[in-house]
Ligand binder design. Structure first.
Ligand SMILES: *Cc1c(COP(=O)(O)O)cnc(C)c1O
Length: 422
């Protein structure tokens, strides 16, 4: 296998002493990655949740090629370009009504940082300085200091703990215990916090934990009641993952601020947006320059990335992805159902195109060594699956076919025989 071990690259979320190698991928197509020596991997986690339709969607690749004939990066303060203007107009019509302004950046973490800064700027400019953020237990919002602070405390961020700011943490709405979450939120809202930051319907990195649309709607209602800003982190859930284009649609929730990133370009190029209601934008309008919104990424609104995103929205406009997503929801539902009463697993669950189940093992937590064993086992079977601790999840691109999905679930069953305890 094309396993690169002699490399100058320091890889993300990798313990190099235990995971010394990386597969060198030479080509990607549809749901598949192909290594230099021809070894193939079914990309059953959409390359960490970014690929939507499949790798190298032809229309998106074509749009990228065409845009490179016209523009590369240009400064975005005082200057603009058609891909960014057109994309902003399209996003305003596509996202929940009222999200009328689009701020560009280049990663999920950054667009969530921007959302938090927008919220604090909003309150400060209204002379009601508020800085406290409310966040969910097990939440994940990125890996910068600001977003790690809002995320759950875990081995991921223990070394940086001294730099992390305090947030008001409310319990995850476990099934049957939703009222505890809502009560805790209402209590927290009385202390005049700036905002609630949530991943709608499913907490991704926290272990693919799912909760109901009614709870999401109720959280939104409580924030509105107390005048607390509601920020939806749709970085993972956006662009079809939960069965609808955006997760908030399922709860008829209109956030005050929403963050989109991973699927925005179909996974082809890095691009992110933070969208907000006009009152947030208008709170920053003043004759006083100090009240402006002070944030910029060097690659703000990269024209090539914007062109890729526009092509992606054109693909969605054909209706094909929505049909593929609906079909994939059914494909996933029948497969995960077979594990519902399987004693080797707990909590077989599905939301949209995402399924997850917890392998019953002695250890728990993300650092459980079983996850490395599982990863290796899946890789040897030609599968890219990356369990979160003992939680195995399947998060395929929309082009995946029945027989390909079967490969993943057969391997999951075999992995349980090998590594499970039940
Ligand atoms: C991945 C993710 C982020 C961070 O996105 P990056 O592009 O990796 O910085 C933020 N929020 C959620 C919910 C995510 O899943």
């Amino acid at each position: 296998m094309s396993l690169v071990t002699d490399s100058a690259v320091w890889r993300p979320f990798t313990q190099h002493a235990l995971q010394p190698g990386a597969f060198k991928i030479a080509r990607a197509e549809g749901a598949w990655l192909e290594a230099e020596d021809g070894t193939r991997f079914l990309d059953a986690i959409s390359s960490w949740w970014v690929i939507t339709h499949g790798h190298r969607h032809p229309a998106i690749m074509q749009a990228i090629r065409e845009e490179t004939e016209r523009l590369d990066q240009i400064i975005f303060a005082g200057f603009t370009h058609e891909p960014a203007e057109a994309l902003a107009r399209r996003l305003v019509t596509l996202t929940p009504p009222g999200l009328d302004y689009v701020f560009y950046s280049d990663s999920g973490s950054t667009c969530v940082e921007v959302a938090i800064k927008m919220a604090l700027g909003f309150w400060r400019n209204r002379n009601d300085a508020r800085s406290r953020v409310i966040a969910l237990e097990y939440g994940y919002h990125g890996d910068t200091i600001g977003t790690m602070s809002a995320g759950a405390r875990s081995p991921f961020n223990a070394p940086y703990e001294p730099l992390l700011y305090e947030v008001t943490r409310i319990p995850f709405p476990m099934r049957g215990r939703e009222q505890q979450t809502l009560d805790a939120l209402a209590r927290a809202c009385r202390d005049k916090p700036a905002a609630l930051l949530v991943e709608p319907l499913i907490l991704g990195a926290g272990g693919m934990l799912m909760y109901g649309a009614d709870t999401l709607a109720e959280m939104r209602r409580i924030c509105a009641h107390y005048g607390v800003l509601f920020i939806a982190d749709e970085v993972m859930t956006g662009f079809g993952r939960t069965g609808t284009l955006f997760a908030c649609e399922q709860a008829d929730v209109i956030p005050d601020i929403a963050c989109y990133a991973k699927g925005l370009t179909g996974g082809a190029l890095p691009l992110a947006v933070t969208m907000c209601k006009s009152e947030i934008f208008e709170a920053h309008l003043s004759q006083d320059r100090a009240r402006a919104f002070f944030h910029s990424s060097s690659y703000t609104a990269n024209p090539i990335a914007c062109a890729a995103a526009l092509a992606n929205l054109d693909v969605w406009a054909t209706g094909e992805p929505a049909a593929r997503v609906a079909a994939l929801c059914d494909m996933q539902a029948t497969r995960i159902a077979r594990f519902a009463d399987d004693a080797r697993f707990s909590n077989a669950r599905r939301l949209g195109i995402i399924t997850a189940l917890d392998l019953n093992v002695a250890q728990s937590g993300y650092l459980a060594s079983v996850s490395l064993d599982l990863m290796r086992f899946f890789n040897e079977r030609g599968l890219l699956l990356r369990p979160l601790g003992p939680t195995i999840y399947v998060f395929p691109p929309y082009c995946v076919e029945d027989a390909e999905l079967d490969l993943a679930y057969e391997a999951i069953g075999d992995a349980a025989d090998r590594f499970g305890r039940g």
